[in-house]
Design a protein around this ligand. Structure first.
Ligand SMILES: [Mn+2]
Length: 399
């Protein structure tokens, strides 16, 4: 962890006060000290064990950030975007936020210490589940605007914690935002991948053109006449074209963005030429067997080579991280809109995300989870809920 917040002395008074007021009339949502031995008493309740109670992401406090508690401050917010009318194949990602929350039940904040990185990234931070953006299922244009407006509203709140010192140099950290201000981090739970267009519009309002790390089996930079057929202008904006539009709008910093886990079918090499024009470098899924390959073992996984290519591409630029669950092989994450075989394992993606440590990640998403196609063991939702590894491994808590 290179960049860290240092918390101010009192964490989120607003959150605590809001829940204190509610606790008189309903079960409080704060973590109890020991989820397995809590019984009804002055400060605890029996119903709040890890397998029961109201489901929020990682059992975080639910704050109605966009409604009743609209003035609330936080450092990191989980935010659902239940939109799936930009999907080309299997619908159902509108249930993604609910599915990911269900998969996160064991992702308690009681034990967030990360062994490989020797860090507790949650320490001293105010993290909340802001619930879902109200998204209309009847009008995609309106829904996309709702996502942009509400993401932006949250992004421009003042975070609770102030920037601390650079762990390596000891220097005071300064904001990397183009407006010079400090912004909270928002982790959006999709939703189909179309939601990244309005999110990048929001990100642009604080950071200007941003570098992007995009883990996905697909490019998502297709020109609309190729993908979707462009029967109407609205049809041109979907989960295969949103990066095309984001690039056209100047939201992406050209040349410092990267795809990982690509293994899509192509209409032709012209798709790669268009992808180049959108400003991305590509890492194919199969390159995990070749990039930086050790001569010692041809079977060695090469996550190190992939991590190096990502760092070389992004450098010190502020970066937005977007994870399509289909980056992972359908053997590990089958419940998604457009599954592709030959993907990375959950373990490999975790290793790669861990390797993002030191990058200046400003916000992130996990999308394309469609729980209706999941196994009864919830393997896709559990894999998606592991977005918490973003915190363990990266500088999302940075300036
Ligand atoms: Mn995809």
């Amino acid at each position: 962890m290179r960049f860290l917040f240092i918390s101010v002395s009192l964490v989120s008074l607003f959150v605590l006060e809001a829940h204190k007021a509610q606790s008189e009339i309903q079960v409080p949502l704060e973590n109890v000290e020991n989820q397995y031995t809590a019984y009804r008493g002055e400060d605890t309740v029996t119903s709040y064990s890890i397998f029961s109670g109201i489901t929020t992401f990682a059992r975080l406090p639910w704050v109605q950030c966009l409604g009743m508690q609209e003035g609330v401050q936080f450092d990191i917010a989980f935010l659902g975007a239940p939109f799936d009318t930009g999907t080309s194949y299997r619908p159902g990602a509108r249930f993604g936020p609910a599915g990911i929350r269900a998969g996160s039940r064991r992702t308690g904040l009681g034990g967030p210490y990360n062994v490989p990185l020797d860090v507790n990234a949650f320490e001293n931070l105010t993290i909340v589940d802001c619930g879902d953006i109200p998204v209309t299922p009847y009008d995609s244009a309106v829904a996309i605007k709702q996502i942009e407006d509400d993401h932006k509203e949250l992004l421009h709140r003042t975070p609770v914690s102030k920037l601390g010192l650079d762990a390596e140099t000891g220097q005071q950290l300064v904001s990397v935002a183009s407006d010079g201000k400090e912004h909270p981090r928002i982790i959006t739970l999709g939703g189909d991948h179309t939601i990244v267009l309005p999110i990048l519009r929001s990100i642009h309002s604080a950071y200007g053109a941003i570098s992007v790390i995009h883990f996905d089996s697909h490019l998502d930079t297709w020109i609309p006449s190729v993908f979707g057929g462009a029967t109407t202008h609205q049809a041109e904006i979907n989960h295969g074209t949103y990066f095309y539009w984001a690039s056209k709008e100047g939201l992406i910093k050209n040349g410092t963005s990267v795809h990982g886990a690509i293994r899509t079918t192509l209409y032709g090499l012209v798709d790669y030429e268009n992808d180049d024009a959108s400003g991305f470098r590509r890492i194919e899924a199969r390159e995990i067997e070749t990039i930086g390959k050790s001569h010692i073992s041809i079977l060695a996984n090469c996550t190190d080579g992939i991590i190096k290519k990502i760092h070389d591409t992004i450098g010190i630029n502020p970066v937005y991280l977007s994870i399509d669950i289909d980056a992972i092989d359908p053997a590990f994450a089958p419940a998604t809109g457009t599954p592709e075989t030959g993907g990375w394992t959950t373990r490999e993606l975790r290793a790669i995300i861990r390797g993002l440590d030191g990058l200046r990640i400003v916000s992130a998403d996990i999308v394309e989870v469609a729980p209706a196609y999941d196994t009864k063991a919830e393997i896709t939702s559990i894999a998606a809920a592991d977005v918490r590894s973003i915190f363990y491994s990266t500088s999302i808590t940075s300036s």
